[in-house]
Design a protein around this ligand. Structure first.
Ligand code: 6PG
Length: 251
């Protein structure tokens, strides 16, 4: 299925649309709503919006399980920790039961063991599914075309069995990573890319309108088997796109 691309005047518009979509999808979910959060800096505004009315009070946090699509090999209190960013912007401000927040332990001395542990924690929340299908996977995009911690020309792109693996970094912070793999990402029901800023424009044009080169542009490897991919962009990030796309309309 072709990805949906929506372009907004600014980062706030794109982030607000993402918040509406998060809330709408959580309302539609029968039973648990299982989400993988993106790291980096872009989603901080989305998370802050979710932590305030109307979103905070409109979703049932007791049914929402929050995972991390990737993490840096740093302690949770590190300024480089994706968990810390989510804690400061969202988790400390919403009534999410502690057992619903599934932290990827970047501080582990054995990242491979942690990857296996986290995969088991994911599978435990999908007891009836041999291939866990997240309700929503949030992703950002690096200027090098990476998503999660799937970086260009790294071995992590080749993984076809495990759901979570240790990964080599490709951009700062140059610390080892833990990441969802393509099999897990591509099994999701909804994948939402959120990107803003002119520094992403050239890469986004290559990803969305250029030739298929997923080894060089790992975000092109995100192609859900049954799910749907949506890109929410601000005008700056969309600045090099040549085609005309739907103007961003908050869902
Ligand atoms: C990470 C992120 C990564 C991020 C991109 C974009 O741990 O680095 O998960 O995939 O989404 O690097 O980062 P910015 O939002 O900071 O540009």
């Amino acid at each position: 299925m072709q990805p949906q691309i929506a372009i907004f005047q600014d980062k706030f518009g794109a982030s607000e649309s993402a918040a509406y979509r998060f809330a709408a999808l959580s309302h539609q979910a029968k039973g648990l709503f299982r989400v993988a959060l993106a790291g980096g800096s872009t989603p901080a505004l989305l998370y802050s919006l979710l932590a305030e009315p109307p979103f905070r009070d409109s979703v049932d946090w007791a049914k929402i399980h929050l995972f991390f699509g990737d993490e840096r090999a740093v302690p949770p209190e590190s300024p480089d920790s994706n968990y810390r960013m989510a804690l400061e912007t969202l988790l400390s401000k919403v009534p999410s039961p502690s057992e619903n927040v599934h932290r990827l332990r970047g501080e582990s001395a054995d990242l491979d063991a942690e990857a296996h542990r986290y995969e088991a924690e994911i599978r435990a929340l999908f007891p009836d599914e041999s291939s866990p299908a997240f309700d929503l996977v949030l992703l950002g995009i690096g200027a090098d075309g990476h998503c999660a911690s799937l970086f260009p020309r790294k071995a992590s792109l080749e993984e076809r069995t495990r759901l979570v693996i240790p990964a080599e970094p490709g951009l700062k912070p140059f610390v080892p990573r833990l990441t969802f793999t393509y099999p897990l990402i591509n099994n999701a029901k909804q994948i939402l890319f959120l990107a803003s800023g002119a520094d992403k424009a050239e890469t986004l044009a290559r990803i969305l309108e250029g030739e298929s080169r997923p080894l060089d542009l790992p975000a092109q490897g995100v192609s859900p088997l049954k799910g749907r991919t949506t890109w929410l962009l601000d005008g700056a990030a969309a600045g090099s796109l040549r085609r005309v796309y739907s103007p961003g309309a908050t869902v």
